[in-house]
Design a protein around this ligand. Structure first.
Ligand code: HEC
Length: 253
């Protein structure tokens, strides 16, 4: 049954996603979690992603943008259209030019993508030394994915950072260990709508879950497609096998 074997290989390749890999150059082994989205049948946990959105919205969006993620896609996480409008309206986007040929600012709408609080990277870099990168695909762009984000959020060490020049912080998991992003997560920094206790670990896990969704919102569909394709290949293999036997049956006799 070589065909079935090949089909299984193709199927396996479809599901292979990089995850739980060691941190790039930093060398420190990443902290890992059992993410609900891992594995062939994995899917996002809407409650975790919604809590993650709360962290993103209240903390991370103060410095980072997500220029490829539109607010309207939040309905995938179980938000109503009204809630999405409400979330979007807290952000300001630049639009235009208007009738006078001028650019203007207005509250964001569901079709807008997450704006960066800075006009460009240069402006952001002038504040932090380095620009806060866009978060749209960060969970896929970094080795280790969600595990890396989770570890990074919890990897700060104030004592080791004491001797660093201002604006630099020591992080166990950042390649090279010296990062321009200040530590972000303190106990009870956000008040979760679902009453979950906002420990740094909880917030780090939730915001990583959210950013994984942002980077690959169609993960579940991709997995379903993969499973369908594998079933299809198996069915075809069985049919060919049966046909083959039929065709050769008389000749072999
Ligand atoms: C006060 C501004 C600020 C806030 C708030 C902030 N960041 Fe950052 N972030 C930065 C800066 C600056 C960098 C660039 C650091 C560097 O490359 O040295 C960065 C980089 C990052 C990186 C990339 C690290 C890498 O491997 O290159 C991630 C991931 C990240 N931030 C996640 C978050 C998350 C998640 C939150 C919210 C919990 C958050 N940030 C909140 C300023 C901020």
């Amino acid at each position: 049954m070589r065909t079935t074997f090949a089909a299984a290989l193709v199927g396996a390749a479809l599901f292979a996603t990089p995850s739980a890999a060691p941190a790039a150059e930093a060398g420190a082994e990443l902290m890992t979690r059992d993410w609900s989205f891992e594995g062939i049948f994995g899917s996002y946990d809407d409650a975790a992603a919604q809590r993650g959105l709360q962290v993103y919205d209240q903390v991370c969006a103060g410095c980072h943008g997500m220029k490829y993620v539109a607010f309207r896609t939040l309905t995938d996480l179980g938000y109503s259209e009204e809630e999405v409008e409400q979330i979007a309206s807290n952000y300001t986007v630049t639009d235009g030019p208007n009738d006078m040929g001028e650019m203007f600012e207005r509250p964001a709408e569901p079709n807008d993508t997450w704006p960066s609080p800075y006009r460009n990277d240069a402006e952001a870099a002038s504040i932090f030394g380095k620009a806060p990168p866009d978060m749209s695909v960060i969970a896929k762009a970094r080795v280790g994915g969600a595990d890396y984000l989770y570890s990074l959020m919890l990897g700060y060490d104030d004592e080791k950072g004491m001797d660093l020049s201002p604006g630099n912080y020591w992080n166990k998991f950042y390649p090279g260990n010296i990062i321009a992003m200040p530590p972000q997560l303190y106990p009870d920094l956000v008040q979760y709508a679902d009453g979950t206790e906002a420990t740094p670990e909880q917030m780090a896990a939730d915001v990583s879950h959210f950013l994984m969704w942002a980077a690959e919102p169609k993960l579940e569909q991709r997995k379903r497609l993969g499973i369908g394709f594998m079933l299809f290949c198996t069915a075809m293999a069985l049919i060919f096998y049966a046909m083959n036997r039929r065709l050769w049956a008389d000749i072999k006799k």
